[in-house]
Design a protein. Structure first.
Length: 320
């Protein structure tokens, strides 16, 4: 129409990167995106209240991408879920690839994931395996994940088995299920996967397409690993939703106690129908580490397993 400019269509995929004080690694991370074999993508970098040169590094890379294909947002500094949701709200691409500001994408990553998502239109999300690197970028290990949607569904109802910086997902579906939830920060990815399972399939590629950096400052290295307790609550919340019940309430300050109450209620109400004995025992171990009362829970674990003639798990329950 005369007098109106035609707006360019959004790229097929946008890479969403939350970053807080990531100046030491962000340059390498963004350089890995410049080396992608697939070029029709944008980058949304959420500078989440950094006090170092994170934003300045991001601004340096703007000129290396087509106009409008590299966006820097100022995050609220209220945690990773808030930062991710801010980025999601700005993205128009049908597909979103996650990457952390200290990890690296292999050159074929976007190409491979786009191809498998196109071949599997019923997949809502696709992960990959990872190469583990140290602070200096040297490969020191590798981490696998289940591949088929059937195996992933089974494993996710036991523990988080997908690596967050590897995922690519359909933006409209993630938005429809509510995006990321801040109360599950630390296990926000696991909570999202469990909610996506309620509306569709999740798959993964049998390729190491991301280099995942291990260093002392990351959430999973926190003393006491509190994210484990949040992940356990995410699982119990998913089971409650499956039965049309309200999710168990919790706060970060009373999480161990709240988790203990939720687990005892789950075992009393449904036994191990949706919570395997092994998972229940592992949850109990983590509750114990947080100094929550355990005697009643041990009795329930033992009684339920003995009743099911699962004597091996019954014996292990006594050792919790």
């Amino acid at each position: 129409m005369a007098g109106q400019q035609m707006q360019d269509p959004p790229p097929l995929v946008s890479v969403l990167i939350p970053a807080r004080n990531a100046a030491n690694t962000l340059w390498e991370t963004l350089s890995s995106l410049r080396a992608q074999s697939f070029k029709d993508f944008a980058v949304v970098l959420v500078d989440d209240a950094s006090s170092d040169d994170t934003r300045a590094i991001g601004e340096h890379f703007v000129e290396y991408f087509p106009k409008g294909r590299f966006q820097i947002l100022q995050g609220p500094g209220k945690g990773i879920s808030a930062a991710l949701n801010l980025g999601l709200a700005a993205i128009q691409s049908p597909l979103v690839a996650r990457l952390d500001a200290d990890d690296l994408s292999e050159p074929l990553r976007l190409e491979r994931q786009l191809r498998i998502m196109d071949r599997n239109p019923d997949w809502l999300l696709c992960g990959t395996e990872v190469s583990v690197i140290d602070a200096d970028g040297q490969v020191i290990d590798q981490m696998e994940c289940p591949k088929s949607s059937v195996e992933i569904r089974k494993r996710l109802y036991e523990k988080c088995c997908l690596h967050h910086p590897t995922i690519m997902f359909r933006r409209d579906i993630v938005t429809a299920v509510g995006g990321y939830r801040s109360q599950f920060d630390g296990a926000e990815d696991y909570d999202l996967y469990l909610r996506l399972l309620e509306v569709g399939k999740i798959g993964a590629l049998n390729e190491r397409l991301v280099r995942y950096r291990l260093h002392p400052g990351q959430v999973t290295a926190s003393i006491g690993r509190p994210y484990r307790l949040v992940a356990d609550m995410a699982l119990l919340a998913a089971i409650a939703r499956f039965h049309g019940e309200e999710e168990p309430a919790f706060t970060k300050e009373t999480l161990a106690t709240d988790l203990g109450h939720a687990l005892r209620a789950e075992i009393k109400q449904r036994g191990f129908t949706f919570l395997s004995p092994k998972v229940a025992r592992h949850v109990a171990h983590r509750i114990k580490k947080s100094n929550a009362g355990m005697e009643r829970l041990k009795g329930l674990l033992f009684a339920q397993n003995a009743k099911a003639r699962n004597y091996k798990e019954a014996a292990k329950a006594l050792l919790v």
